[in-house]
Structures are given as structure tokens and as C-alpha cells.
Write a protein that binds this ligand. Structure first.
Ligand code: AMP
Length: 218
């Protein structure tokens, strides 16, 4: 399976991509995670990306496309992959099409996750993550069993620098302007399926598995 996960920030793409990757042995490629890793490591790419990310703006296409190209050529993708947070603009989608063509492969499906704006804002503002292993929690919906530290590695949980009120507003606006047009883009290519992303993580996951194992995408 070769999947793209679309949807507003905070809709749950990363959480669902993680679960789906474990269940089906797919490689999860999250451009947000890759960029945050570059920022943490202080690489030139990370330094270039940081100010865009902190403000909630998109990192330039050329930077992100280079990252994804490199990851897709990795043998760990041969069993399939989930692209989480890429593409986010029409030029990125076009470039992804070219990369897949070069490898003579197609996407199996593009899943568009949907949730109400209020729910999204709640999810983003309560999100906490582990700076060491990147595990994510939510103060209300998925709290860490160990309080404000990570269940896996005991690190103190932090709020992402782009989960502040101002950055959340910008990210939602950027999503509407630059990423939402991809819904029609993939609909026109007969690849789009919708998954309602309201409610508990496990019930969203059940809906997702039903959609991707339906005949159309098998
Ligand atoms: P995410 O973890 O997917 O919410 O991404 C966090 C931030 O990383 C975004 O707000 C952007 O600044 C940057 N980013 C992630 N993916 C992309 C992408 N495909 N294109 C441009 N910027 C991206």
C-alpha cells in the first residue's frame, strides 16, 4: 500500500499513520518529523526550516521535496509507505507524481481526514510530545500515564513551538489556502477517500482500516 494522508494540522494524521504503519508494516514518512529532527540536529536544512515552522508557515517546496525524494528511495519503503503531511501544496503533489513515475509505481489511495475546527484547535493546544522519542500525548484525550513525563523514556513532555495560539491560527489558514486544494486535485485523479476523524483514536482507526482495505484500494 502506498498512501498519502491529507487533512488539517491536528486532525490526527500522525497518530493514525503510526498505527497503520505498525499494523501493515508500512514505512511512515512524516515531513514534519523529518524537519523537526533536522532542527534538533542543527543541520543547515534545519536552520533554514526553523523560522518557517515556528511561525506555522510552510517550509519552501524545494527543501521538503528533497527530503521526501531521499526517503522514498530507501529500501524500507519497498513494502509500502504512508506519507504524513506531504504533499501540502500542488507543486509538491506534482513532484510526488514525477518521483513515483520514475519508479513506475502509483499511489494506492489518498485519505482525507476531517474534523471540526473547534476539535482541531483543542487537539493542537492540548498536544504534548516527548523531546527524546517524539511520542505524542494529549493533556485531556490521551494523557501520559506517568503525568507530565513520557511513558516510554521518562523525559519531561513539552509543547511544540508551533502549537501556540498564534501559530495554530496561521497553520489553519495556510492549510485552507495551500493544502485544501489537494482534495480536488486527488479527487480528480480518483484517488480520494474520506475518513471522519472525530471521536476516539481507535474508532477513527477502524474506519480508516475499512476504507483502505475496501476493494477499490486492495
Ligand atoms: P506537521 O508536523 O506535519 O504539522 O508539520 C509541522 C511543520 O513542518 C509545518 O507547519 C511546516 O512548517 C513544516 N512542514 C511539514 N511538512 C511540510 C510540507 N510538506 N511542506 C512544507 N512545510 C512542511
Amino acid at each position: 500500500m502506498r498512501l498519502v494522508f491529507l487533512g488539517a494540522p491536528g486532525v490526527g494524521k500522525g497518530t493514525q499513520a503510526e498505527k497503520l504503519s505498525s499494523k501493515f508494516g508500512l514505512k511512515k514518512i512524516s515531513t514534519g518529523d523529518l524537519l523537526r529532527e533536522a532542527v534538533r540536529n542543527g543541520t543547515p536544512l534545519g536552520l533554514e526550516a526553523k523560522s518557517f515552522m515556528d511561525q506555522g508557515r510552510l517550509v519552501p517546496d524545494s527543501v521538503v521535496i528533497g527530503l521526501v525524494r531521499e526517503k522514498l528511495s530507501d529500501t524500507s519503503c519497498s513494502n509500502g509507505f504512508v506519507l504524513d503531511g506531504f504533499p501540502r501544496t500542488v507543486p509538491q503533489a506534482e513532484e510526488l507524481g514525477r518521483v513515483l513515475d520514475e519508479r513506475s509505481i502509483d499511489l494506492s489511495a489518498v485519505i482525507n481526514f476531517e474534523a471540526d475546527r473547534d476539535e482541531i484547535v483543542n487537539r493542537l493546544s492540548g498536544r504534548r510530545s516527548c523531546p527524546k522519542c517524539q511520542a505524542t500525548y494529549h493533556t485531556e484525550f490521551a494523557p501520559s500515564k506517568t503525568g507530565n513525563s513520557c511513558e516510554r523514556c521518562s523525559e519531561l513532555l513539552v509543547q511544540r513551538s508551533d502549537d501556540t495560539k498564534e501559530a495554530i491560527e496561521t497553520r489553519l489558514k495556510v492549510y485552507q489556502e495551500q493544502t485544501a486544494p489537494l482534495i480536488a486535485y486527488y479527487q480528480n485523479r480518483n484517488l480520494l477517500s474520506q475518513v471522519a476523524s472525530m471521536g476516539p483514536i481507535d474508532s477513527v482507526f477502524d474506519s480508516l482500516v475499512k476504507v483502505i482495505t475496501a476493494d477499490k484500494h486492495a
